[in-house]
Design a binder for this molecule. Structure first.
Ligand code: PLP
Length: 405
């Protein structure tokens, strides 16, 4: 049974008032709030188990290490990876994509090779590839989008060729909530030698992810967007591929032996985890995934898609409101502008009413340019949001519109 009140009670932050009004938190695309069990596990880590991992022979170090490696196993199961070596802990999605871009790029990208990204990517799935292309004199190709922000699959097919070494795209576009045609893009790419990286930052918290069924080479996501702490993320990579890639950073933990003559690198996954990992946040991620598992990702998906449908219908009835990214295939976000108003003004008035939304480019400047705008207001949903909160958003927008006109 999906009991929204029971779920909300698990998130202490939601009970507070902002500007004298009950908080309506609709900025979940940026980061999600944390359930009590995640807050408690972080507290427990520092109160009872804290010590650096993989290094000590003593009790606390062994305990921290065990919890960290258990967290890796929890992530493996959650995304159905084959082995825990395929789960690399990173700082977040950005760090995961940079790791892949550097390390895969070092090994596999040379002059005139081509990398394809979608037009509607977050900057973190554009800039690392641009940097790689600059370093290696390779070319970045962009899958165009239609007027709604949907990637043009037929155009993608034309871009794909012998020179394509990697296709990197978001599972869900963060600025619109559009779910990209992941399966179709993968199927097409598999007809070539190119590898596939999926930026799952806006998908992992909303949909069941099975990396084996998807058959992608890399899948990246951030813990903080799925109810865990900040400072932790995951790069999933196929073992055979990760094994051929050089380390991203050098330092402690990623080596077997070091001398001035020769350094031998550690096996997977530690080869890619130089330095002290954020083991506390990794444990918090496992706890967040436990929360998602016990709530049921299918229940979450169903609830959020009902919220989305309700929000789109309700907001569409507002005179002068335009939704960017209209599509039947969407999840958990509505991006909009209101005629003759600025998105910052709408966001600020909503804040005065206790409602938190995102305003601006959403780190997706090419998408904004494509729509011919400089930003939008984005309301994005999580498991704890309610229909009543969408009513409050609606009423807030009407009020803001009146004040600004
Ligand atoms: N990719 C997408 C689609 C995102 O929405 C975000 C964050 O909003 C990122 C990447 C970057 O995530 P992080 O800042 O956690 O590294």
């Amino acid at each position: 049974m999906f009991d929204i009140e029971k779920i909300r009670r698990q998130f202490p932050i939601l009970t507070q008032k902002v500007n004298g009004k009950p908080l309506v938190y609709l900025d979940n695309g940026a980061t999600t709030q944390k359930p009590r069990q995640v807050i408690d596990i972080v507290n427990k880590m520092y109160s009872e188990y804290n010590s650096n991992i993989h290094r000590g022979v003593h009790y606390l170090s062994a305990k921290s290490t065990e919890l960290y490696e258990n967290a890796r196993e929890t992530v493996r199961k959650f995304i159905n990876a084959e082995t825990p070596e395929e789960i690399i802990f990173t700082k977040g999605t950005t760090d995961a994509i940079n790791l892949a871009a550097f390390s895969f790029g070092e090994k596999y990208i040379k002059e005139n090779d081509e990398i394809i990204v979608g037009l509607t990517e977050h900057h973190s799935n554009i800039v690392p590839w641009q940097m790689l292309c600059k370093r290696k004199k390779a070319k970045l190709k962009v899958i165009p989008a239609d007027e709604n922000g949907e990637l043009k699959f037929e155009e993608f097919k034309k871009l794909l060729g012998k020179k394509t070494k990697l296709v990197a795209f978001a599972h869900v576009a963060n600025s619109t909530g559009i779910i990209n045609p992941v399966e179709k893009i993968i199927e097409e790419t598999r007809k070539t030698e190119a590898k596939i990286l999926i930026d799952g930052a806006q998908a992992i918290q909303h949909k069941k992810i099975d990396v084996k069924t998807l058959d992608c080479d890399f899948y990246a996501f951030s813990g903080h967007k799925i109810y865990a702490e900040t400072g932790i993320g995951v790069l999933y990579g196929k073992k055979e591929l990760l094994e051929t890639m050089p380390p991203y950073q050098g330092g402690g933990d990623m080596i077997k032996s070091v001398s001035f003559e020769k350094t031998e690198y550690a096996d997977l996954p530690l080869k890619f985890e130089a330095g002290t990992s954020n083991y506390v946040a990794a444990v918090s991620l496992a706890e967040a995934l436990n929360f998602v598992n016990s709530t049921g990702i299918e229940n979450i998906e169903k609830h959020e898609s009902e919220l989305l449908a309700y929000a789109e219908e309700k907001l569409s009835s507002i005179n002068g409101l335009k939704i960017f990214g209209k599509s039947r295939n969407k999840t958990s976000a509505v991006s909009f502008n209101i005629k003759n108003t600025h998105f910052y003004d709408i966001g600020m008035i909503l804040d005065k009413l206790g409602t938190a939304v995102r305003t601006g480019t959403h780190c997706a400047e090419p998408t904004m340019k494509h729509f011919g705008i400089t930003g939008t207001v984005r309301a994005s949903f999580a498991v704890y949001n309610t229909f009543d909160e969408i009513d409050k958003l609606y009423e807030g927008i009407i009020k803001a519109q009146k004040m600004l006109s």
